[in-house]
Design a binder for this molecule. Structure first.
Ligand SMILES: Nc1nc2c(c(=O)[nH]1)N[C@H]1C(S)=C(S)[C@@H](COP(=O)(O)OP(=O)(O)OC[C@H]3O[C@@H](n4cnc5c(=O)[nH]c(N)nc54)[C@H](O)[C@@H]3O)O[C@H]1N2
Ligand SMILES: Nc1nc2c(c(=O)[nH]1)N[C@H]1C(S)=C(S)[C@@H](COP(=O)(O)OP(=O)(O)OC[C@H]3O[C@@H](n4cnc5c(=O)[nH]c(N)nc54)[C@H](O)[C@@H]3O)O[C@H]1N2
Ligand code: SF4
Ligand SMILES: [Mo]
Length: 746
């Protein structure tokens, strides 16, 4: 990157970051910063379409080369509704994912023990020979089903095809059971439809946005942050429920600093107010919903006074905020959140959110939720996938029957030596997910890894999980490769192309290439009836009325809607994909599966004296651990800090910027110290830190040892009985002001 443009980038993005985190008035600063980062002032350079891989919002953009043929910048594609031509600071900093000198450079085979991080560099041929040999043995010894794929991000699509062709359906993403799984299950069991991504929340048109532990603005879901900023500018109300005074809270009419783990009680009380004061949408409820009478009876005693004792929220504030959302209905969004695996009763909490939206009539209404559409892009022709003898559904057939996806933590448990032999997993391929930091209960993950016959890791960086790999496949960055078409659901269907702007550096390769080569060496030729991925893309684009050539010029293409209206037309009869054909306030499926058909509040564990609840979240300039070594983004934020309430800091005589260690309820001590940030913005019973720091791979020259890892302190996991997700917020920490003895740590 040229010096001048790098300086420019830093100036602009620093403004973005500052505005996001700290600015008081004028949320539009955020928009300005985004606008500034995305501005193209010179179109003479060569540009190549891409979509961003820095987070899962997948904004479409252009990678620009300068006169010397070097990557100069990435800017948003004006036609993309995910970003409206403006990338967030992380997306602009995506160049750093390419330029990072610490990247994995060549295939490697392990020489030391798993976890030690000792490897030798090998050729791709050697790496493929090694892995195909292991995969053949695995199949002979335990069956192809004993292979599991853990994947997140674009590379996962290519590996999914490969492992299905090999003969397994044990494929999981941490973005289900560690992220949005409970939300999808709750919405499917209420409205007959999940939300997926980008969520069809009509933020652009809303008059009232209610954020419950969903910190849009720090959670930088680009298009929605822009929409929220504009909504605030035109006077929309924001209501935030968060034990922390988040950026969103600072823009809110009402901030409800809830006692953590008590949200269900608040949600029930809100519904109690809305029903007893008859503020709900009667016509909508009568016409479209099932179970209103049961709901009303269920809520009769869930008064704001009852909730006050549980949540610490003043009953008047509960009433006022409930009336406010009802006043704007149906142009109101009780936001379903995204990372919702908190306390183990998460499906039921999100059910409360779904029901509240339903009684306010916001589902299928302008300013509430719209009905998104996407294209159906056919798969490139290949042989039929082989039949599998068992899949993740057979691991524990009576459990999690309402879960639509594989559960990563369940696959980990099925890999333990104590697992049932009929459904035991013996080999893993991991693509684009750093399981050591991503899954809670690290001990179990490592125990499972140690028992595997094979572990292949496909990544771009030397991270925690790569240290455990038998073989590492170094993937090139997203700016150096083709991937599958991005097929986003939106107000209208929209597709985007990612193509390389540069040849892959060193000996790195795209995932599609790895999969084809490995597939051929496994004899799976019939699943790879093409030689170059361009053929696949061109064929796929042609099926939907475009072509690779056209997409190289456009980057993004929109298509007309064909299925239904964006919102429910007034008075129209509707059929919802549930047992009753109605929006189920009372869930017949949950009842049949033995769960509460209407959500109930149950109390959760509390911290012991001297301990504080560990809560975590996002910083606007980073995505989890995947950017913590990015040279552009570490310039903006290179470590996390621990937010501590002044009262607590005083009790412990802690000073700002002092480095301390955190120790959890099970005696686990953070490997690295973390800086103290004393702030009123966090409740006295909790501490807060940004997830993704505290890397322990020494090969990360910028990120190693910077800040602390929340993940290693999350040892108490609350499994959601409905869908198997991992509740991660029932962990408590205390402070150590001196470096603990090694024996004491972990
Ligand atoms: N403690 C704690 N745990 C959490 C969360 C939390 O907030 N706190 N959040 C949860 C949520 S919401 C989610 S969605 C998951 C996310 O979990 P992950 O997706 O595992 O998140 P990352 O830590 O970003 O790990 C991504 C890995 O992909 C690699 N990578 C980046 N780009 C590429 C690429 O182009 N190709 C390949 N092959 N690899 C690439 C990175 O180097 C990194 O090792 O984590 C969950 N786990
Ligand atoms: N910049 C940036 N943006 C991102 C990501 C990123 O890594 N970086 N990751 C993306 C991904 S994959 C996801 S899933 C989303 C996640 O984004 P969100 O869905 O917003 O989830 P979290 O980041 O977990 O949100 C944490 C918030 O919940 C609050 N909280 C903690 N405990 C409680 C509680 O008991 N009750 C309530 N009401 N609030 C509580 C915390 O104080 C914090 O403000 O962000 C996405 N956007
Ligand atoms: S929100 Fe930011 S990081 Fe995520 S895809 Fe868009 S530009 Fe990239
Ligand atoms: Mo997530």
């Amino acid at each position: 990157m040229k010096k001048t443009s790098r300086r420019n980038f830093l100036r602009i993005s620093a403004l973005g970051a500052g505005a996001l985190a700290f600015a008081k008035p004028g949320f539009s600063l955020v928009t300005d910063a985004l606008r500034a980062t995305g501005k193209s002032d010179d179109c003479s350079e060569k540009r190549f379409p891409t979509y961003c891989e820095v987070c899962f919002w997948k904004c479409a953009g252009w990678t620009y080369l300068n006169d010397k043929g070097e990557i100069q910048k990435i800017i948003g594609n004006d036609d993309d509704p995910n970003c409206n031509g403006r990338l967030c600071p992380r997306g602009t900093g995506g160049v750093g994912q390419y330029s990072d000198e610490d990247r994995l450079k060549r295939p490697m085979i392990r020489t030391g023990q798993r976890g030690e991080g000792e490897f030798k560099e090998v050729s791709w041929d050697e790496a493929f020979a090694y892995v195909s040999d292991k995969m053949k043995t695995l199949k002979e010894k335990h069956g192809s089903e004993s292979l599991a794929l853990f994947q997140h991000g674009s590379g996962g699509d290519h590996f999914k095809h490969l492992v299905k062709a090999y003969g397994t359906k044990n494929i999981a993403k941490p973005s289900f059971a560690q992220c949005l799984g409970p939300r999808e299950v709750a919405f499917i069991n209420t409205f007959g439809a999940g939300l997926s991504s980008p969520e069809p929340t009509d933020v652009k048109n809303t008059n009232c946005l209610v954020l419950i532990g969903n910190h849009l603005g720090e959670n930088m879901h680009n298009g929605h942050v822009q929409d929220m900023s504009e909504a605030i500018d035109r006077g929309a109300t924001v209501i935030t429920v968060d034990p922390r005074f988040s950026t969103a809270a600072s823009k809110s009419k009402f901030w409800l600093p809830i006692k953590p783990a008590t949200d269900i009680s608040l949600l029930l009380a809100w519904m109690n107010v809305i029903i007893t004061e008859e503020l709900y949408d009667k016509e909508y409820v009568d016409k479209y919903t099932y179970g209103f009478d049961q709901l009303k009876a269920h809520l009769a005693d869930k008064t704001p006074e009852w909730a006050y004792g549980i949540t610490n929220i003043d009953p008047n504030l509960i009433r006022k905020s409930a009336r406010e959302m009802a006043m704007h209905a149906p142009s109101v969004i009780i936001h379903p959140g995204r990372h919702v695996t908190w306390y183990g009763d998460d499906t039921q909490r999100v059910r409360c959110i779904a029901i509240l939206n339903a009684i306010l009539g916001s589902w299928g209404r302008r300013g509430g939720f719209y009905f998104p559409e996407s294209l159906s892009i056919p798969e490139y022709p290949s042989a039929e996938m082989p039949h599998v003898k068992w899949s993740y559904k057979d691991i524990d057939p009576d459990k999690y029957t309402l879960s639509p996806s594989a559960i990563s933590n369940q696959l980990v448990e099925a890999s333990l030596p104590t697992a049932k032999p009929e459904t035991r997993i013996h080999g893993w391929i991991i693509v684009g997910t750093n399981l050591i930091k991503t899954l809670p209960d690290r001990k179990t993950t490592i125990e499972a890894i140690k028992a595997l016959d094979m572990l292949v890791v496909v990544d771009t960086m030397p991270v925690e999980i790569t240290k455990y790999a038998d073989v590492i496949f170094p993937e090139c960055s997203y700016l150096e490769r083709y991937d599958a078409p991005r097929n986003s659901q939106h107000r209208e269907p929209v597709i985007a192309l990612r193509m390389p702007a540069k040849q892959p550096k060193w000996d790195t390769k795209p995932a599609w290439w790895m999969c084809r080569e490995l597939g051929l060496s496994l004899g799976l030729d019939n699943y790879y009836r093409w030689t170059n991925y361009e053929e696949v893309l061109d064929w796929q684009f042609k099926q939907v009325g475009s072509s690779l050539e056209e997409m190289k010029v456009l980057g993004v293409k929109k298509f007309p809607r064909t299925e239904q209206e964006l919102y429910i037309p007034k008075g129209q009869d509707m059929w919802f994909n549930t047992n009753t054909g109605k929006i189920e306030l009372y869930s017949t499926d949950l009842e049949a599966a033995g769960f509460d058909p209407l959500p109930n509040y149950t109390a959760h564990e509390e911290p012991e004296y001297g301990f504080y609840r560990l809560i975590y979240g996002r910083a606007p300039m980073h995505t989890f651990g995947r950017t913590s070594n990015n040279p552009n983004l570490t310039d903006l934020m290179d470590e996390n800090s621990v937010w501590i309430n002044p009262k607590v800091a005083k009790e412990w005589s802690l000073k700002s910027d002092q480095k301390i260690w955190l120790k959890n309820q099970d005696g686990v001590v953070s490997t690295f110290p973390i800086k103290v940030r004393i702030t009123e913005r966090i409740r006295h019973d909790s501490i807060y830190m940004v997830h993704g720091f505290g890397h322990d791979n020494k090969k990360l020259s910028r990120a190693h040892g910077k800040g602390a890892s929340d993940s290693e302190l999350i040892t108490n996991v609350k499994i959601d009985p409905v869908m198997g997700g991992t509740g991660m917020r029932s962990n408590f920490v205390t402070f150590l002001t001196e470096k603990p003895l090694i024996e004491e740590a972990n």
